[in-house]
Design a protein around this ligand. Sequence first.
Ligand code: 2M8
Length: 461
Amino acid sequence: MKEEEVPEGFSRRVRTGVPERVNPLAAGVLRRNSIKSWTKPAPALYPHQWSWDSAFIALGLAHVDNHRATSELETLFANQWATGKVPHIVFNPEAPPRSYFPDAERWNSSAISEDAPSGSHTSGLCQPPVHALAVRRIWETARGRDEQHVARARRFLGDNYPRLYAWHRYLASARDPEGSGLVTIYHPWESGTDNSPRWDAALEAVVVGDLPPYERQDLNHVDDPSERPTDAEYARYLWLIELIKRARCDEATIYKQHPFLVKDALFSAILVAANEDLLEIAEVAGAPEDERVEISAWIERGRTGLENSWSSELGLCLDYDLRRDALLRARTVAGFAPLAAGAPGRLESLLRTLYSPDFLGHPALHRALPPSTSPAEARFHPRSYWRGPVWPVLSWLLWRWLAGAGERAHAEVLRRTALDQLSEGGFAEYFEPFTGEPLGSDDQSWTAAVALDWLARDAEP
Ligand code: 2M8
């Protein structure tokens, strides 16, 4: 057996439990999910290219195949909309029929919007902007190699800086006409934390109208339907898409009449961190001074926005429902978002919340890793997708933020615990927080990708 080959049943549980085995296995997952120049998020459940998955994948690939990491992002950015938006899905024309819904035909984006790319099929939504983090990682890993790698990475940064800048400008303008520093999302899928209780109140207010018939495909790919969103949630997800299509994806029209309009704290925090990385990329790419000044202003505005989302009562920050003019009260891992911006003035409170029994200090946790929703939350569900399970990508974000905020010892414990989880449970999409049971899809690409990034730390002096 070659090192990266995985025997039958092995992907669900890495039986050796030896962390050193994780590296070749993780690279193997990415290789097997790879299609030409990009990577499927999972072997069957997600047969297309997803935006923030690809960013995490590129970040992991940067350690094993820098060139392939760049093509992952280039393929995604080749489908950028004229507005600067990076679509949340680029549809794979070779995906098996009826493998994912809503599909390219249901979206039909190029027919409804002139801003959509004409030569491909994409969704009309977007996802958190992790991309600049990945581009920076590509640069960092290339710098440790020979001249040729450095020159190629420098070219990549130069070619892609304008696309990243256009993407962030879109988010800072079309998605924040109020200048609040917080990004507005039109659909829970844009948050990436789809059925999180964060969205319950805003989603419940959405009245579903006449929906063209549809058949869910996602339930065919999991062991138990309770691991996925409910039918009632799906009806609302599809109704929101119907409304976005009727608005022809026009931002001003959506802003005027869409029933789901929410300021997303986690998305906004990722944008602050991504803008910090974009500034570095701008430096390498020799970007004009006025653009650098603009990026710095976005960072400041983002920090202010996060500060304004702070809840002293919960010791977390909260999302905001623009339609009902109300904070969305939910204790979820997204509440730690200010850490991404260094958490000035809030670090102590955030650490207190993080290590309290509401999160990592909960006595019944299988491992001290962040459940997506606090077990103290009435709407917590340990098996249901973003309502409780541990997601390795979120552990990765928290790890990075803790380290960035100067909490290196906490970050290191988190990294090791997260690697132990993967070495015990394989590269699952998410994990039951009390038992450690792997849930959702097996061989989830971004889980493997963050493992590669975590393991690369061991090689550092
Ligand atoms: C999940 O979302 C998609 C819709 O975008 C789905 O459930 O069908 C989320 O976990 C999202 O964050 C992720 O990007 C996507 C692909 O892994 O799956």
